[in-house]
Design a protein around this ligand. Structure first.
Ligand code: DON
Length: 564
């Protein structure tokens, strides 16, 4: 076992005892955990272990979530981040359900046509890579706002991340592949050399050390929000923008605030579902899809039966048609949420549903409502005293904009691509949008991230979420139907193949190991089918009636479940 050296920065002495509890050079990936005191499931075993360490030290689920997310910013640079944003949904043991929106915002100088060239064509290279693709980061503000519900000092929660960045950790094969595949982009979209490229290709077992990131984390540990949104970090970020033609200003950073929002909450089969409201599309689409599903005896149809898959595909199509037209940041655009999720609208929408035939997206537009007043990561955590947290956080694409803030060591997001850069032009997930999701300075781009908690008799029952761009909401939807309607084990609900339909394009995407006979039958019905690689990396915790906590990390990545 390799011990960390004590790290001394000014007067701050990082807690080496914490580091000695986990060996960043020698760790394994545990996919499932069963226990009673608490569990963490995240995209990386070291991050899950950090979360459990914090629980053992007396932290609650929020403490553990903050520490896990900070550790992910180091050990999972492709998505775990301080240069991006995300959402948190939590159930507190006093009965409160809370949601935090720390989604990135369009910078003050952003404007509607900023990605159009002189001929009016969308320049997706600019919305997807480099300095101009970045929204104002929200993660650090989100963590400090979450900290108001925590027990331990923030410096204890950030200490493991600082050590992992300072001293390095052994990378997995998946991480090595990720870094190698973005090599050209790292070289192209940076103004300084970064730790993410080296002479020879990365391989499993190499050590990744991130000194600049460690220093940025130390500034945050010492100065709080100001360690990121002001002072040296802000100066470095703005200098990076100047060098690379970006537009995030000191004022944008100073003005950034995370927002507590009213959860999207609804009943499904006697359970209370609590999820993230706009700017997460999940807060509208998940209730729409589950309420539509509730109109059919889907449990009788059976998991992956032709009838169930066809029904769920058409439900996804109907919901996503409304996403493209109506959904955006409610602070800037009036969205008819109540109408879209009303029982009457759900029933009316289902009139378009025809069993036994493939629907046609061209024939389905958004419903009529009267105007009324590849990278993200999810973590699920419960503690032993009834608190539960679901956080989905993202840089958008893998390694975000592929741009590192020179001297500050963190990757910038490319979240601006989640706006509709031009009506009808698909973003990197093929999603289209219009006015509701057009770029406006200070606006948050529409998201699919759907961190979700299901309560049974008022207590946490399922904690779930996943990355996957637009497939996020359909994956969460399928996971809940798998567990609630098909009575499936947590392991199978996470790992069995998923499918995805998002109205446009009119293609039914099936995960590569989806059963052949059902896909052939769907094709015969008229569906255009495309096989694709993995859909999402779903992290689920279920709490059984006897209090046993069951955590499952998705087989699709390095995801790991830990607990005690
Ligand atoms: O917020 C969103 O919907 C996207 N930025 C999420 C991106 C994502 O999940 C990529 N991961 N595979």
């Amino acid at each position: 076992m390799k011990y960390f050296l004590p790290v001394i920065y000014g007067l701050l002495v990082v807690n080496v005892v914490v580091a000695q509890e986990l060996d960043p050079y020698n760790y394994s990936i545990q996919k499932t955990f069963k226990g009673r005191n608490g569990a963490v499931v995240s995209a990386h075993p070291l991050a899950s272990k950090v979360g459990v360490m914090i629980l053992k030290k007396g932290g609650n689920a929020i403490d553990a979530a903050i520490a896990t997310k900070l550790a992910l910013a180091v050990v999972y640079p492709g998505a775990g981040n301080i240069g991006g944003g995300g959402f948190m949904v939590a159930h507190l043991n006093d009965g409160r359900n809370i949601t935090l929106d720390f989604r990135e915002k369009a910078p003050g100088k952003a404007h509607r046509d900023m990605y159009l060239d002189s001929a009016g064509n969308a320049d997706l290279d600019k919305s997807q890579y480099g300095h101009l693709a970045a929204g104002v980061p929200g993660s650090v503000a989100g963590l400090f706002t979450a900290h108001t519900y925590a027990r331990l000092p923030f410096r204890d929660l950030i200490a493991p991340a600082i050590e992992l960045a300072e001293n390095g950790f052994r990378i997995t094969e998946e991480e090595a592949d990720g870094l190698n595949s973005e090599r050209e982009n790292f070289l192209k979209y940076n103004t300084t050399s970064t730790v993410f490229t080296k002479k020879n290709p990365w391989k499993a077992g190499d050590t990744l050390v991130q000194k600049d990131l460690a220093n940025t984390l130390r500034r945050i540990s010492k100065r709080g929000m100001k360690g990121f949104y002001a002072g040296k970090t802000a100066k470095l970020l703005v200098a990076e923008m100047k060098r690379g033609g970006g537009i995030i200003s000191r004022k944008d950073l100073k003005d950034y605030k995370a927002v507590s929002r009213n959860p999207s909450a609804f009943k499904y089969k006697g359970y209370d579902v609590v999820t993230m409201p706009l700017p997460s599309s999940g807060g509208v689409l998940l209730p729409m899809m589950l309420k539509m599903t509730d109109q059919f005896p889907i449990a009788e149809y059976g998991f992956h039966s032709l009838k169930a898959v066809q029904l769920m595909t058409e439900i996804e199509r109907l919901a996503y048609a409304d996403r493209a037209f109506y959904l955006g940041d409610e602070d800037f655009y009036k969205v008819p949420v109540a109408k879209l999720t009303s029982d009457a609208y759900i029933k009316e929408r289902l009139r378009l549903y025809k069993p036994d035939t493939a629907g046609n997206s061209k024939a389905i537009r958004e419903g009529s409502v009267e105007k009324e007043s590849e990278e993200t990561t999810h973590l699920s955590i419960v503690d032993g005293s009834g608190n539960a947290v679901a956080i989905t956080t993202t840089l958008n694409g893998g390694y975000g904009a592929c741009t590192v803030v020179g001297g500050a060591g963190f990757l910038l997001n490319n979240e601006m691509d989640d706006f509709s850069v031009k009506p009808g032009v698909p973003n990197m997930f093929g999603a289209i949008g219009g006015e509701a999701n057009a770029i406006v300075a200070g606006k948050r781009m529409l998201s699919s991230m759907t961190p979700t908690i299901v309560l049974k008799n008022g207590k946490p029952y399922i904690v779930a979420g996943t990355p996957g761009g637009t497939t996020i909401t359909t994956s969460v939807y399928q996971t809940l139907v798998n567990m609630i309607d098909f009575n499936m084990s947590t392991f199978d609900a996470v790992n069995k193949p998923k499918f995805h339909m998002q109205w446009s394009p009119d293609i039914l995407f099936l995960e590569k190991d989806f059963p052949l006979e059902i896909s052939a039958a769907l094709e015969k019905m008229g569906y255009e089918i495309k096989r694709r690689g993995q859909i999402g990396r779903t992290e689920v915790i279920k709490i059984l009636d006897d209090g046993t906590i069951e955590a499952v990390g998705d087989k699709r990545g390095d995801d790991a479940a830990e607990g005690f």
